[in-house]
Design a protein around this ligand. Structure first.
Ligand code: ADP
Ligand code: MG
Length: 320
């Protein structure tokens, strides 16, 4: 199977979607954004050994590679238009490619985000996806848009992906929990990008970020970009049943520093409280108010007694 046959067999689709004037096969793809809209663009690279295990299920890998990119569009309040895939493969393994593109394109279809081009080369397994989306002017959910007095909101819940990862690593505290592993594993390997919620929040919320490196660390990006601080009410954090039996330090580690959550963390003025709840209902996505934005810089965790507890603000850093 040559390079073009590989692309034709695994990555080309008959109908590429309404925003695609020209898809795979020419020197460039041509996209048609809605008149007057801004382009939202994001890339993420996944490297074997660093972002996934060599023995990972290829369908789950295809899903996750696109999901993490769509999550970035969600966090901007953008609507997807299409994506490109740059792929380095050690060999042209037909069965592996069929599974990989199956997982990838199923998620693409589910969100109306067609594959419009890319590049394919031989090399150590490595994939880079670039997504293109659109958002109306002034509606993008930027990290620098949090304001003092805003409520701090979280979609879904955090920590299950981290618990699954620690179980795969064989970490003692993670193995001690006896709950069903399948759900956590699903959260780790097949995250759901919160696109519908993100679009409903555009023009309603102020700042947003998607959680890839842990709630506390990612919140830090909003705080420094906006020049504000925040308080989190620990009792308001949703806790998955799987996390409940964990020792408190391990539970807080998962909730606040877990990583791979792909939930949306966002701020909105108190006057938008009901509009945020409606956005959650309309997108069938749970949303929970977990704290507030403060003029005093830094992050404070408030315990059940309302007293501040020490916070560990680190998040995952590839070069730390
Ligand atoms: P070029 O030489 O112009 O870079 P290529 O020969 O690399 O073109 O690719 C041929 C066509 O196939 C292009 O339209 C390109 O976007 C597309 N393509 C290549 N690799 C992939 C891939 N992994 N997924 C989707 N489209 C791809
Ligand atoms: Mg090329």
């Amino acid at each position: 199977m040559g390079e073009f046959e590989l692309i034709r067999r695994h990555f080309m689709r008959a109908k590429p979607g309404p925003a695609v004037v020209l898809g795979i096969g020419d020197d460039c793809a041509l996209l048609r954004p809605s008149p007057g809209h801004q382009l939202a663009i994001s890339s993420d690279m996944l490297v074997e050994g660093r972002h996934f295990f060599p023995e990972v299920d290829p369908a789950a890998l295809g899903h996750k590679a696109l999901a993490v990119n769509l999550s970035d569009l969600a966090a901007m309040g953008a609507r997807p238009l299409g994506f490109t895939l740059a792929l380095a493969l050690p060999r042209a393994d037909d069965a592996w490619l069929a599974d990989f593109s199956g997982g990838l394109l199923a998620l693409a279809d589910a969100h109306g985000c067609p594959l419009v081009g890319g590049d394919t080369t031989r090399g150590p397994l490595n994939l880079c996806i670039t997504v293109f989306g659109e958002v109306a002017p002034g509606q993008a959910l930027r990290r620098d848009a949090a304001r003092t007095g805003d409520d701090l909101w979280l979609s879904g819940r955090t920590g299950e992906a981290r618990l699954a990862l620690e179980r795969l690593r064989g970490t003692g505290w993670a193995l001690a929990s006896t709950e069903d592993h399948a759900l956590c594993r699903q959260r780790l390997e097949r995250p759901t990008p919160r696109l519908a919620l993100g679009r409903k929040l555009a023009g309603v919320a102020h700042a947003a970020i998607d959680l890839s490196d842990g709630l506390a660390g990612d919140l830090g990006h909003i705080l420094s970009a906006s020049g504000v601080g925040a308080e989190i009410d620990l009792v308001a954090l949703p806790v998955a049943p799987d996390l409940q039996p964990l020792p408190e330090t391990a539970r807080l580690e998962c909730l606040l520093h877990g990583g791979d959550d792909y939930e949306l963390l966002f701020t909105a003025p108190p006057a938008a409280h009901d509009a945020v709840l409606r956005a959650g209902t309309a997108s069938a996505t749970p949303v929970q108010r977990i704290g507030r934005i403060t003029a005093a810089e830094g992050l404070r965790l408030l315990g059940p007694d309302g007293r501040a507890r020490p916070v560990n603000a680190r998040s995952y850093d590839h070069f730390a």
